[in-house]
Ligand binder design. Structure first.
Ligand SMILES: Nc1ncnc2c1ncn2[C@@H]1O[C@H](COP(=O)(O)OP(=O)(O)OP(=O)(O)O)[C@@H](O)[C@H]1O
Ligand SMILES: [Mg+2]
Length: 242
């Protein structure tokens, strides 16, 4: 579904090398945690999948397509296949919950007769059907984040990317958010979650990819005897973590 072939990413303005030689394959229907310290490259990796960034080395493939070769409106179509969730909900403050969701459907050109059903389904999935007339500031942080997930799920995207979706939440709310992502996974979505949280992989065990200073240093699936360790290149001077 998603494949990184020896991907390097250097931010042009600052010359920061955020990823080195990352090779990674995420199969359709997989659930993957991407973990690593601040600055390890997690958000950069997600931005490459969204094609917000193009690799400076190597290539990123999505459903067999090299993302670098997408043109104009193909980029918009590509992003439509991805539901993106951020740490902060990024809801529009002057719109109610249902207006926030309708806004996405309008932008995506979904016929308005389909909106009520789609909005109702999305809110039901996150347990917030009763909040559709609330404004974002009238929601708790956890509720606002669940609305943001409802928004990401509106078009039933085959892939969901979440960047620290529980970063601002206490454990109870974090586990609610995880449950929603888990349900989407069980309906067949491919899910990639960047997180600092140790609790999420404990609560819902899945593959864990560890990034360190821009490199994949570990990649393990639950139940596997040994983990796949990837040696860091010597010029980074890094050591493997136990
Ligand atoms: N737009 C940018 N321009 C230049 N450098 C950037 C940019 N965004 C990130 N970086 C740098 O790239 C590296 C990786 O950053 P990234 O945001 O991917 O890390 P992260 O793992 O998501 O960290 P965090 O856990 O803090 O969110 C860091 O050194 C960061 O300073
Ligand atoms: Mg980040």
């Amino acid at each position: 579904m998603i494949a990184f072939h020896r991907v390097g990413l250097e931010y042009p303005r600052t010359g920061t090398k955020a990823l080195y030689n990352v090779s990674l394959e995420v199969k359709k229907g997989e659930f993957v945690y991407v973990v690593g310290h601040s600055g390890a490259g997690k958000s950069t990796l997600l931005a490459l999948i969204l094609r917000r960034l193009l690799p400076t080395q190597g290539a990123v493939y999505f459903a067999g397509q090299n993302l670098k070769l997408l043109r104009g409106d193909q980029v918009a179509l590509h992003r439509r296949r991805i539901g993106m969730v951020f740490q902060d909900h990024r809801l529009l403050s002057d719109m109610t919950v249902e207006e926030n969701l309708a806004f996405v459907l309008r932008v995506q050109g979904i016929p308005s007769r389909e909106w009520p059903e789609r909005i109702a389904t999305a809110l039901r999935r996150v347990g917030l059907a009763h909040k559709k007339r609330a404004f974002p500031e009238e929601l708790s942080v956890g509720e606002a984040q669940r609305v943001a997930i409802a928004r990401a799920l509106l078009l039933d995207p085959p892939v969901i990317l979440a960047d620290e979706p529980t970063g601002n939440l206490d454990l109870d709310n974090a586990l609610q958010v995880l449950d929603i992502l888990k349900a989407a996974h069980q309906r067949g979505a491919t899910v990639v979650v960047a997180t600092h949280s140790r609790e999420l992989p404990e609560a819902y065990p899945a593959r864990v990819v560890v990034l360190k200073a821009g490199q994949v240093v570990r990649d393990e699936r639950p139940g596997e005897g040994g983990s796949i360790r990837v040696r860091e290149s010597p010029d980074r001077g890094g050591k493997e973590e136990a």
